[in-house]
Design a protein around this ligand. Structure first.
Ligand code: G6P
Ligand code: ZN
Length: 543
């Protein structure tokens, strides 16, 4: 066996963000850049020798190259076995499942999620721990610390592994098992949902459309919806994973999932539509001429959980990220369940799920999931909705509107300002932060400020503390606005403004959220001087 120890120099910019290390492809192609980060992951871990690693990615440009490098480095660093998806393909929730199902030590996911791909697009790498979830901050901090002092990495000199051939291959002393990317995940879904009932409903005329956005869910969705549930061929479209996602932006929202939006808001719209993101953990749910906000979706899944086999016996609790609307809190209250508010980032749900304090989790950023894995799960959310539709035999719009009548409506919107100059963005945040102490009690328009702070989270399970997780201004009537800088971008800064207002009056629940939130939007601009300080006169994306 020919193991090389290669001398290298540390890079100063390998600090993982909201979800792993994300950079533009040319950055990852710099000499030793990927190798340094992978070695830093291994160096930060203890006890993995001889153990199993799960490895796969969303198929974006550089996926296969990175996988070959990681396999050779894993062999040189003493891993016992690596499970890799065929062709290097594994969705993020599928990795999470495989880690758990195989008792793996951890997993490496290659993806930049919803960011565009291709030679000039983005790439990313993320480490997941043995519970199947994204590494918590203490692990990512340790990886970063290793990356700052790394001097060498280890790699096996060997030919490439055939990633397309199923079965075992040997790489030095390590076994590489190329596995079917879809089979185990699909079995897991069948164990959670009432496939027979959904199949009947599809046969009975429920028309659905699934947009995989040329990303990783294509093969998963085709197997599950067309083969197993018997939906018509062509139900899944944009279903072939492409290295550049067909030039698109694989983010399932009203702006980027335009093919699906056109279909569902067009003349012969189907009853239900859904889209997933690059790595398959996000989802967008649409009805015929109807958009379900991710915050409402979480609340509705929670309220209807007893209709789904896996959750028939009830939920232990619900968690949502801080900027996500409080719609789920209302359901939790009605069902007498604990409800947790965490910082943005799925990793914060891991401890709550492991401790069985919660069963369902969700985020405004088009993410929902449960204790079945430790990642959010796009197709899981789609199947959950289909299970509800199959049982209730109502339309998506009817289900949502009935929900609002029962629990009230949390008008909600997120305004993104993408590509703001980093200096301008930090000036905005600094100025806003400096005003916080004097805001409480002040009147802004018709609203009185009840609290204004920087969100701080103390994990109820391990006591760890995360500071400065978003600036919140809450009003006495329960309305609020939140300001945060995105932690998933690779160039410049993205300012996110989250707005929410509760409406309990059933005669006032049918407004366009931009209208319902207009005065809060104006107040936000005034308090944070968004237009002046960013130089943008309107958001780039509104969801
Ligand atoms: C990823 C994470 C989510 C997070 C989202 C937005 O999808 O897994 O947990 O909510 O990014 O993060 P950002 O920092 O860009 O707002
Ligand atoms: Zn994703």
């Amino acid at each position: 066996m020919n193991i090389h120890t290669v001398a290298t120099q540390a890079f100063s910019d390998q600090k993982p963000g909201t979800s792993g290390l994300r950079k533009q492809v040319p950055v990852f192609q710099k000499r030793h850049y990927l190798e340094n980060f992978v070695q830093s992951i291994f160096d930060s871990l203890e006890g993995y020798q001889g153990q199993t690693l799960v490895l796969g990615g969303d198929g974006r440009y550089y996926n296969r190259t990175a996988i070959q490098t990681i396999l050779k480095m894993a062999a040189a660093n003493g891993w016992g076995r690596v499970l890799v998806g065929q062709g290097g393909i594994l969705s993020t929730p599928a990795v999470s499942n495989l880690i758990r199902q195989n008792g793996a030590f951890g997993g490496i996911i290659l993806s930049a999620s919803h960011n565009p791909g291709g030679p000039e697009g983005d790439f990313g790498i993320k480490y997941n721990i043995s519970n199947g979830g994204p590494a918590p901050e203490k692990v990512t901090d340790a990886i970063y610390a290793c990356s700052l002092k790394i001097e060498a990495y280890r790699i096996l000199e060997a030919g490439d592994v055939d990633l397309d051939r199923l079965g075992s291959q040997q790489l030095g002393e390590m076994t590489v098992e190329v596995i079917d990317s879809v089979a185990d995940y699909s079995r897991l879904m069948q164990s959670l949902f009432d496939f027979d009932r959904i199949r009947d409903r599809l046969r009975g005329g429920l028309r659905i459309a699934i947009d995989s956005m040329h990303a990783v869910t294509g093969p998963y969705a085709t197997t599950i919806f067309e083969k197993e549930l018997g939906a018509a061929a062509g139900t899944v479209f944009n279903g072939k994973p492409l290295e550049d996602f067909g030039g698109g932006h694989p983010d399932p929202n009203l702006v980027y999932a335009h093919d699906l939006v056109e279909l569902l808001f067009g003349d012969r719209a189907p009853d239900f539509g859904a889209a997933s993101d690059g790595d398959g953990d996000r989802n967008m749910i649409l009805g015929n001429h109807f958009f379900v906000t991710p915050s409402d979706s979480l609340a509705i899944l929670a309220a209807n959980a007893s209709l789904v086999p896996a959750y028939r016996n009830g939920l232990s609790g619900i968690a949502r990220s801080m900027p996500t609307s409080a719609a789920a809190d209302r359901v939790a209250q009605a069902l007498n369940l604990p409800c947790y508010e965490t910082p943005t980032g799925w990793k914060f749900f891991g401890n709550l799920l492991d401790a069985d304090r919660v069963t369902l989790c969700g985020e405004e950023s088009f993410g929902t999931g449960s204790n079945h894995v430790r990642e959010k799960d796009g197709l899981w959310a789609v199947l959950f909705w289909l299970n509800i539709l199959a049982v209730r035999e109502q339309s998506v719009a009817e289900i949502v509107q009935e929900h609002w009548r029962t629990y009230g409506r949390n008008y909600y919107s997120r305004h993104d300002y993408e590509g703001v100059e980093s200096d301008r963005a930090s000036t905005l945040v600094d100025k806003l932060r400096s005003q916080l102490p004097s805001l409480t009690g002040q009147k802004l328009g018709a609203y009185t400020v009840a609290y204004a702070d920087d969100f701080r989270y103390e994990d109820p399970v391990d006591g760890s503390i995360s500071e400065q997780q978003g600036i919140r201004i809450g009003f006495e009537d329960g309305s609020r606005m939140v300001f945060r800088l995105s932690g998933t971008g690779t160039a410049g800064a993205t300012l996110r403004l989250y707005l929410e207002r509760f409406e309990g009056d059933t005669t006032k629940q049918g407004l366009d959220p931009q209208v319902a939130l207009a005065d809060l939007i104006a107040i936000a601009d005034e308090v944070a001087q968004i237009t002046t300080l960013t130089g943008f006169d309107q958001p780039t994306v509104i969801t």
